[in-house]
Design a protein. Structure first.
Length: 271
């Protein structure tokens, strides 16, 4: 796998301010990162404690849930509004904070293999909540987190110490480095959203990954013509060059990606 060396810089941001009073107040939660099955025989013995931020729709549920995986710079500035957006759509949202309990500020110059175990730990944690339907949990990632989302989609859950039979139902990846997963077989329905002009994570790599998947696999690639890396991040309105990379918010691509994501989740997380 290639290093993330200064490629994935900006925390992802979805779409604007707090959306709707249909969400409960955000909660800080702690859960164990999932240890490899080879080290622990069951899910009761986990890895290190991880912090997360949980937002849920009002009501008793059980609702579908989403594990959100941040970029190499950590949680996005508008984390709360993102969680509220998903709650408005009817989902429990858990933003995984890979960094706080590890005293990390960023992982842009290195690979971050711990993200995979953290994602499965979040899956196991959500499955214990009485208002979550454990059969309808998806993951969404951005940049480095999108790489983890694709790794989750190609992994076998039984490799980690999670309850038997528990697995993610779907995955979505915003501008992932698809060359890192060039030979991966995506085992669950997967949505890849990427800009046609992205010079950081080229769309052509994702096109090759999508084309090599067997015909019976539900993998959808959406390329937004003219859009650059971080196309859904308002921080880069007007465009900005960081560490030799061009990052630019694209309001049309952001709007379209939100609709594409919502349709994908509605279809794949339906009862």
């Amino acid at each position: 796998m290639r290093s993330f060396a200064a490629r994935f810089l900006a925390a992802a941001a979805l779409f604007g301010p707090a959306l709707h009073p249909a969400a409960s107040a955000e909660q800080i939660v702690k859960f164990a990162s999932a240890a490899p099955r080879s080290q622990h025989a069951d899910a009761s013995n986990g890895g290190p404690d991880i912090q997360g931020y949980l937002t849920k729709p009002r009501g008793d549920g059980p609702a579908a849930a989403i594990v959100l995986l941040h970029s190499c710079l950590g949680l996005p500035a508008d984390r709360r509004s993102i969680g509220e957006m998903f709650a408005r759509w009817g989902y429990v949202a858990l933003f995984v904070d890979d960094f706080t309990t590890r005293s990390l500020e960023q992982t842009c110059a290195v690979d971050f293999p711990q993200g995979l175990a953290d994602g499965f730990g979040a899956l196991a944690f959500l499955s214990t909540l009485p208002y979550v339907d454990p059969t309808r949990i998806a993951t969404i990632g951005w940049s480095q987190g999108a790489d983890t989302a694709l790794e989750i989609a190609s992994s076998r859950p039984e490799s980690f110490a999670v309850p038997d039979g528990l697995r993610f139902k779907a995955a979505a990846a915003f501008y992932p480095p698809c060359d890192n997963r060039a030979d991966a077989a995506l085992r669950i329905p997967t949505l890849i959203l990427i800009g046609g002009s992205d010079a950081v994570t080229p769309a052509a790599d994702c096109e090759r990954l999508a084309k090599q998947q067997p015909g019976d696999r539900s993998v959808k690639l959406v390329v937004y013509p003219g859009a650059d890396h971080e196309f859904d991040n308002r921080e880069f309105a007007g465009g900005k060059s960081l560490f030799g990379m061009w990052l630019k918010y694209d309001s049309d691509a952001a709007k379209r990606s939100r609709a594409d994501l919502r349709d994908f989740l509605a279809a794949k997380l339906a009862r």
